[in-house]
Design a protein around this ligand. Structure first.
Ligand code: ADP
Ligand code: TRP
Length: 331
């Protein structure tokens, strides 16, 4: 039997290059070797997205993004989290095995508490229970499909470790393997994609290069990448430049070596470097953008794909819940 790879993306904003290289591409690569279940984590998004129109549109945007990037819905079970009620039943069961202290240590929650502290607000200001218990729902997402590996960016590894902890407490309690223990799969090469300002590319920093922006917008965005004040003549160090870090994602060693040479030789200004980056980014993203536009032009067909995925996913999810309920004496 092939092993199972599972991952989800929260529809909380426009997909960017960090999502593409850190999540979508490595996950699609794994579909060659694994049976994959990939999904839109729309109940996770509800924690922060309270505008129904926006959430509705972002769900379709992310779903179309997966398909445009090459997800084959015949091969991959592709669905919306919200279409699988068994996930929420499993979440309730896992709650009983999750130490409150474990949730206190979650990075996202700790960061929110710290931010409140810095602003002088109440520590719990703006933190809902969905955010606080986020790792339990995520554990359920993973565990319900007996996942072996979970491709994610580095920032998500803690959540997978929490899923391991929670599943282990269940197994330890019943003295047998009721739930499978998942492993994170981090693509080390491009584990953290830098943003326009050199920090991690993230919606929350507003430093993203969007995946499906029209060509002109893409070019304008790339031209706004932050650089230092080195003059055109000065030789430059490619390893200290986020333009070069981004370039590496879109090219092989031949082009990389040639570009690094231009850096070191001097005579290449930042404007030229950005033009060269735009050329290779646009080369890779153009066909994906075209597929995305075509998918977004037929939303009912997109929804149908997601519904068919959910129909395939539900019996698998139901079997896990049944197994757990039996072990727990609730059968
Ligand atoms: P954001 O930080 O923009 O809010 P998300 O948290 O929604 O992005 O991330 C969705 C997925 O994309 C996760 O698996 C995350 O690890 C990955 N990801 C996001 N930004 C990056 C990045 N800059 N580099 C690598 N992976 C990333
Ligand atoms: N927490 C993930 C993120 O912010 C999204 C997510 C939800 C997820 N459930 C998951 C990822 C299960 C992997 C597996 O990016």
């Amino acid at each position: 039997m092939r092993k199972i790879s599972l991952t989800g993306i929260k529809p909380t904003g426009s997909l960017h290059i960090g999502n593409y290289f850190g999540a979508i591409k490595p996950a699609l690569e794994l579909t060659k070797e694994y049976d994959a279940r990939y999904f839109i984590a729309d109940y996770h998004a509800l924690n922060t997205m309270k505008d129904p129109k926006e959430l509705n549109a972002t769900i379709r945007h992310v779903a179309a993004g997966w398909l445009a990037a090459g997800l084959d819905p015949e091969k991959v079970i592709f669905y919306r989290q919200s279409a699988i009620p068994e996930i929420f039943e499993l979440t309730a069961m896992l709650m009983a095995f999750t130490a409150k202290g474990l949730m206190n240590r979650a990075h996202a929650y700790k960061a929110a508490v710290q931010e409140n502290g810095e602003k002088g607000d109440d520590t719990d200001a703006g933190i809902n229970m969905g955010l606080y218990t986020y790792p339990v729902l995520m554990a359920a997402d993973i565990i319900i499909f007996d996942s072996d590996v979970v491709p994610v960016g580095k920032d998500q590894v803690q959540h997978i470790e929490m899923a391991q902890d929670i599943a282990q407490s269940v197994n330890a309690n019943y003295g047998k393997q009721v739930l499978k223990i998942p492993q994170p799969a981090v693509q080390e090469d491009f584990a953290v994609v830098p943003g326009m300002d050199g920090r991690k590319m993230s919606k929350s920093y507003g430093n993203t290069i969007p995946l499906f922006a029209p060509e002109k917008t893409l070019q304008k965005t790339i031209m706004r990448i932050v650089t230092n004040s080195q003059s055109v003549e000065e030789p430059k160090n490619p390893d200290e430049s986020q333009i070069f870090q981004l370039y590496k994602l879109f090219t092989q060693s031949g082009e990389q070596d040639a570009f690094a040479k231009r850096y070191r030789a001097g005579g290449m200004g930042w404007g030229d470097a950005k033009e060269e980056l735009f050329r290779v980014v646009n080369r890779e993203l153009s066909p994906i953008r075209e597929r995305y536009d075509a998918i977004m032009a037929d939303i009912p067909a997109l929804d149908k794909i997601l519904e068919q995925g959910a129909e395939r996913a539900r019996p698998i999810a139901a079997a896990t819940v049944k197994r757990f309920r039996k072990a727990a004496g609730i059968d």
